[in-house]
Design a protein around this ligand. Structure first.
Ligand code: BES
Ligand code: MN
Ligand code: ZN
Length: 493
């Protein structure tokens, strides 16, 4: 069998290969046409059925419903969008349509109110629902066709607007798909050096500067948190810095800090062999979302300087692993007593945050699959967000609403800080029995200092347990689109 070199980011070429267009309704045939239907008002004539007839088949137009109406050639698919569809509803409806027509390579979607946001959301919905990861298996061509074309059918006077929104949706969906690729790739196929190689490749193509610290450089730099987590591994760690400078320059500078644990076994505090442990190849999702977001900043002409700091290693148990009670000296000079090697994300991030502060960034957004407690508190649909700056937090919340990557603000209650007091070091890496996500955020806050900061704990929404709306079962790519829009809002605000 011919062997091709393994590509950890197939979406980087596969998603752009899909043709995305906007045309005037009726100007060309649309063999497979999605038609949005609301819960009230007229049923669009393209459906060719009355509301009563649709109701007979259990279709009322609620968001996400689909009804496939086969024609001699192709099909019309009635797609429910609810009463007053928001862009998020359009995204979800488009995703439902793309799934209902999973065997079709060319899709057309009727979009009556095709403003920028709706067109963008529609394209994102279709592309994200049709995402597949088939790098390590043989795909089944009978159940699924590779998507070739998405055409939005809009009012003649909205073609230009819709085309603009569609192009933006195409780019953002590519970022989310790259993020999914990286998260889905097993730890054995993508380690920290591998991640640095991908970052270099993607950054070259996207007009970004990359600086990679290998193990020797990490030692020289005193990244004690990162090296402490890496101590049990036969693979090297990497600290990756990626810099985006807008063409017009910028006097503001945003730092993005990501947790890049390519596999989290727990270390000496070994995790049980359950489903959650098996998902720990995705513990680099924060770093993956940032890397993916960085790749589209120039294309979208985001007018602010953005630097990414990705702290990458796996977390393994071995004879050389960090032991409970060991004390690490971090880049910032402060020491950490490790009382649980499974609380490793905060250790690697302490060095990355310190590096961001050395660069004197104006604000930091960090993103990490940090605590199971965040998943327990908010479930798989919503990330926990913490921070010290209302303006920045509001920008993140607005971005999250726009991309439908939901966040919920949690309290950074300083009264719990004393739970992190250590008897031998400046701080320990574990608090008490409760408030796990807050304690982790308080730990990060120690390295942030006074820099405006928002912290996203994405342990919940990194993963979906079923195909639903724009999420597919598996890695969701959560955060990639959100970070781009947050950077845009930071630039504007
Ligand atoms: N990567 C995990 C957190 C996680 C759990 C992410 C579930 C996604 C889904 C993190 O490194 C971890 O192990 N956290 C511990 C912290 C504890 C030891 C304080 C946890 O949540 O149990
Ligand atoms: Mn862990
Ligand atoms: Zn982890």
């Amino acid at each position: 069998m011919p062997t091709t070199p393994f590509d950890p980011v197939p979406s980087a070429t596969r998603v752009p290969a899909v043709v995305v267009r906007a045309v005037a309704t009726g100007s060309e045939p649309a063999p497979v046409l999605g038609v949005p239907v609301r819960t009230e008002g007229e049923v669009p004539t393209a459906v060719g059925l009355s509301r009563e007839a649709l109701a007979t088949w259990g279709f009322s137009g609620t968001a996400g419903q689909t009804l496939v109406l086969p024609r001699e050639e192709g099909a019309v698919v009635a797609v429910g969008v609810g009463a007053e569809p928001s862009p998020a509803d359009v995204r979800d409806a488009a995703a439902a349509f793309a799934r209902a027509a999973a065997r079709e390579a060319r899709l057309a979607l009727l979009l009556p109110d095709a403003d920028d946001a709706a067109a963008q959301a529609a394209v994102e919905g279709v592309l994200l629902a049709r995402y597949r990861y088939d790098e390590l298996r043989t795909p089944d061509p009978d159940t699924f066709a590779e998507l070739g074309e998405v055409v939005l059918h809009v009012d003649p006077d909205q073609v230009e607007t819709a085309a603009r929104g569609a192009a933006r949706g195409h780019v953002l969906a590519r970022a989310a798909a790259i993020s999914r690729d990286l998260a889905t790739t097993p730890g054995g196929h993508l380690d920290a050096p591998g991640l640095a190689d991908v970052a270099q490749r993607l950054a070259d193509a996207a007009g970004l500067q990359v600086q990679v610290y290998d193990k020797a450089a990490c030692e020289e730099m005193g990244f004690g948190g990162l090296l402490g987590v890496n101590a049990g591994s036969v693979r090297e760690p990497r600290m990756i810095r990626i810099d985006y400078q807008p063409a017009g320059g910028s006097d503001r500078h945003l730092g993005l800090v990501g947790k890049g644990i390519t596999y989290d076994s727990g270390g000496i505090s070994l995790k049980p062999s359950n489903a959650m442990h098996a998902a720990m190849k995705m513990d680099m999702t924060g770093a993956g979302a940032i890397l993916a977001a960085m790749t589209v900043l120039r294309e979208l002409e985001v007018p602010v300087r953005v630097t990414a700091y990705l702290a990458c290693t796996d977390n393994m148990p071995s004879g050389s692993a960090t032991k409970l009670g060991d004390v690490l000296t971090t880049r910032a000079g402060r020491t950490i007593e490790v009382v649980n090697t499974d609380a490793e994300g905060r250790l690697v991030m302490s060095d990355a945050i310190a590096l961001a502060n050395e660069d004197e960034v104006d604000a930091i957004i960090d993103i990490a699959t940090l605590t199971g407690a965040a998943l327990m508190a908010l479930g798989p649909l919503t990330a926990a967000v913490f921070g010290n700056d209302d303006t920045l937090l509001t920008q993140v919340e607005e971005a999250a609403r726009s991309t439908d990557e939901r966040v919920w603000r949690m309290p950074l209650d300083r009264r719990y800080r004393k739970w992190l007091n250590s008897e031998v070091a400046d701080i320990k890496n574990l608090g008490g029995e409760s408030a796990g996500s807050i304690i982790a955020a308080l730990f990060l806050a120690e390295w942030v200092g006074d820099t405006p900061w928002a912290h996203l704990d994405i342990a919940g929404p990194m993963l979906a347990d079923a195909d639903e709306a724009w999420r597919n079962k598996g890695a969701t790519g959560y955060g990639a689109r959100l970070l781009v829009e947050a950077a845009e809002r930071f630039a504007a605000g």
